[in-house]
Design a protein around this ligand. Structure first.
Ligand SMILES: C[S@@+](CC[C@H](N)C(=O)[O-])C[C@H]1O[C@@H](n2cnc3c(N)ncnc32)[C@H](O)[C@@H]1O
Length: 355
């Protein structure tokens, strides 16, 4: 069912994303960390997807689990901020289960004739017509169990094959080895609460699946084999290694410093003591690749703190804070390796269904 701006009068909203209605329309959501630490990674992901699409005619995008239409907003922001003159005209379709968010999306984008919002389930309602990019953002695929993701991707990849298309699939999920939930690293699906919503309403808990590079790549490989649709290229991205929203709630790893709050203070030119920002060691029983990644990351993060602590005495506090923020941000962006060590892990998959 298509949701249009005319059908948006229904008041109130129930269910999982009811508090999300306030959150997604709140200007507070776009804090300094989102703008300076997260959006550059999101834009790099979009760029990676766009690079794989032949540049001719319209760019058709299907936003899977579109919620309030964040994918459309990001594509337009990319066009505006990066001034990409060669970004073709966009034709966008969002698909989501949540009617309240879809109504918000339709209201927000009602004057754009290239945007449509559809109510449907990503597990079953993949449209038959081809799209250049099957986008996702805000970890919608983590709602699915591992088996459901596998069968959803198989169905999607089969559709690309049937369409004899070259399409890019962006798979955005929660990172299994984020510092935000170290005590849960042994689990792949557990009850998650989005209590970082900017809303008066309490968010419910919901089972979510957490992924790392190995498990996500293997799920993609199996889906590709089942669909007979080869993967031409795969790239993986970690977003928010130190500053995920749950560092501020302390909900799943209460011992962790509230890095998102602290870094937001720095990014706003407010001083924060280096000791508050120091990075802890991760448990010895973490997988080798994850332990090695965090060992190198921790060394560089803590080095920046030490170097900046020496320089800070000669600088106005606001300047020292901003320089420290910039140094830490550079470590995060430089070392992120797509292992599943961020709040979210994103795979950009190029499929070649033409053969
Ligand atoms: C955290 S929100 C992200 C929304 C949006 N993409 C964004 O970045 O703001 C996750 C979305 O996935 C949607 N979702 C979860 N399971 C779904 C399913 N089986 N089919 C369609 N949408 C689903 C939810 O309704 C929700 O809107």
């Amino acid at each position: 069912m298509r949701i249009t701006a005319e059908k948006t009068e229904a008041p109130g909203q129930e269910g999982l994303y009811a508090p999300g209605i306030d959150h997604y329309s709140s200007p507070q959501r776009r804090d300094a960390v989102k703008k300076l630490w997260e959006e550059p990674v999101t834009f790099a992901i979009l760029q990676a997807a766009l690079e794989q699409v032949p540049r001719s005619g319209n760019l058709s995008v299907m936003d899977i689990g579109c919620g309030a239409g964040e994918g459309l907003h990001l594509l337009k922001a990319l066009r505006a901020t990066r001034s990409l003159p060669d970004l073709p005209r966009l034709s966008y379709r969002g698909l989501d289960l949540d009617e309240g968010l879809l109504r918000l999306a339709a209201r927000t984008h009602h004057d754009e004739d290239d945007a449509e919002f559809w109510h449907g389930d990503i597990r079953t309602d993949i449209p038959e017509e081809p799209f250049d990019i099957y986008l996702s953002c805000g970890v919608p695929y983590s709602h699915l169990t591992a088996d459901e993701l596998q069968s959803t991707l198989s169905r999607l990849f089969r559709q690309v094959k049937q369409n004899k298309a070259q399409s890019v699939v962006v798979i955005d999920v929660l990172g299994r080895y984020s510092l935000e939930w170290v005590p849960n690293w042994g689990l792949t699906r557990w009850p998650y609460r989005m209590n970082f919503f900017h809303s008066e309403q309490q968010a419910d808990t919901v089972p979510m699946t957490f992924w790392d590079a190995h498990t996500l790549s293997s799920c993609v490989r199996t889906a590709s084999a089942a669909a007979g649709c080869p993967v031409k290229r795969q790239r993986l991205f970690d977003r928010s290694i130190m500053v995920g929203r749950h560092t501020a709630t302390g909900q799943f790893n209460p011992g962790l410093p509230p890095y998102r709050l602290l870094v937001n203070r720095l990014e706003n030119g407010m001083a924060v003591a280096a000791d508050e920002l120091r990075m802890p060691q991760v448990p010895d029983d973490a997988p080798d690749s994850i332990r090695m990644f965090y060992a190198g990351f921790r060394r560089q993060w803590n080095d920046v703190l030490d170097v900046m602590a020496q320089r800070a005495s000669n600088l106005p506090p606001a300047v020292a804070a901003l320089m420290l923020a910039r140094g830490l941000r550079a470590v995060e962006h430089k070392l992120a390796s797509g292992l599943g060590t961020g709040h979210s892990l994103t795979a950009v998959i190029t499929l070649d269904g033409r053969g």
